[in-house]
Design a protein around this ligand. Structure first.
Ligand SMILES: NC(=O)c1ccc[n+]([C@@H]2O[C@H](COP(=O)([O-])OP(=O)(O)OC[C@H]3O[C@@H](n4cnc5c(N)ncnc54)[C@H](O)[C@@H]3O)[C@@H](O)[C@H]2O)c1
Length: 310
């Protein structure tokens, strides 16, 4: 039995959409296990800050690499630059994603193309580029895609939910195809998670999520540290084509019998928003004590407000 199946010392990783939220959390987790991590995103300022933080905190090699995942040439160039800098690649974490709210009857083709372009095409472009590197190296490798519980439930709109369901299926297809090269392809499906994407979500909605989640608190990037290290490390060598749902039990559908908490949840509301506040500060976005800034995503704030008022 190896000493530490979860050790990533010396492994070379990249994470897309890593300037904040889930991607930044993944980058921290991988670096804490010893991996050198390239930060791929569009925001150069925030990306460079995350990279500096990883080097300072964990002593690993980390750098920012500009990448727009929806553009084929940008993805191919960025991944080539990572391989050039690190000498090889072992772990590709494809996480960048967007959601554009709106009911389907009024949804524009432009918004549809944006969401599919980043969430599905972008994730496939990254996985394809990483797969090519692993095949050329002959080393095998680990690919982890961020899907969502929205792949399984109906909570947003067709563009978002279908894009995430497609990520789950893309993960399975690539796992089937690339098992022959010792490449593991898996996905992680978070539930509602306090990232900058949710900075405009009203507090009443956070409370609703707590009430509808057996584990009783809103997910934070930290809650994905274990899952990402597991799927990136030797601990998961026989796991492939799997979608790891990390939702605190949210999709178990507890609404018919609201939970009476027996003990306080492991995480308090103040602890829930701690990382979100840091992420917003890093992005240069102001917020209140709960990590809320309604102006960051006014459309999300308006849509939740309408839901609460109805
Ligand atoms: N927050 C949630 O509740 C939640 C739940 C389930 C799944 N997810 C998924 O998790 C992933 C990360 O989201 P998050 O919650 O951290 O939100 P976020 O908005 O904080 O992070 C998304 C990241 O993707 C980047 N990005 C967007 N378009 C890009 C592009 N074209 N090229 C490169 N980078 C781009 C953004 O700049 C940002 O860094 C997304 O795929 C999202 O769909 C989020």
């Amino acid at each position: 039995m190896p000493k530490n199946l979860f050790d990533l010392t010396g492994r070379k990783a990249l994470v897309t959409g890593a300037s904040g939220g889930i991607g930044k959390g993944y980058a921290h987790a991988l670096a804490s296990a010893g991996a050198d991590v390239a930060i791929l995103c569009r925001n150069a300022d925030a990306g460079a800050k995350v990279a500096a933080e990883l080097t300072e905190t964990f002593g690993v090699d980390s750098f920012f690499q500009a990448c727009d995942v929806s553009q084929e040439s940008s993805v191919d160039e960025a991944i080539a630059a990572v391989v050039e800098r690190f000498g090889r690649l072992d772990i590709g974490v494809n996480n960048a994603g967007i959601g554009i709210l709106g009911g389907d009857a009024d949804y524009s083709l432009d918004d549809w193309n944006k969401v599919i372009g980043v969430n599905l095409t972008g994730m496939w472009l990254c996985a394809r580029a990483e797969g090519r590197v692993f095949i050329k190296q002959g080393t095998g490798g680990k690919i982890v895609n961020t899907a969502s519980m929205s792949a399984r439930i109906s909570n947003c709109n067709v563009a978002y939910n279908a894009s995430k369901a497609a990520v789950v299926q893309m993960t399975k297809m690539l796992a089937a195809e690339w098992g022959a090269y010792n490449i593991n392809v898996n996905s992680i499906s978070p539930s509602y998670l306090l990232s900058p994407m949710h900075a405009s979500t009203p507090l009443e909605i956070r409370q609703k999520i707590r009430e509808l989640t057996p584990l009783g608190y809103v997910q934070r990037p930290e809650d994905l540290y274990g899952p990402i290290i597991f799927l990136a490390s030797d601990a998961s060598n026989y796991v492939t084509g799997h979608d790891l749902l990390v939702d605190g039990g949210h999709t178990l559908n507890v609404w018919m019998a609201p939970l009476q908490r027996a003990v306080p949840p492991r995480v308090s509301p103040a602890e829930e928003s701690a990382q979100l506040k840091k992420d917003l500060a890093m992005l240069g976005v102001s917020c209140d004590d709960d990590g809320i800034n309604v102006d960051l995503h006014p459309e999300i704030a308006d849509s939740y407000r309408a839901m609460l008022d109805s």
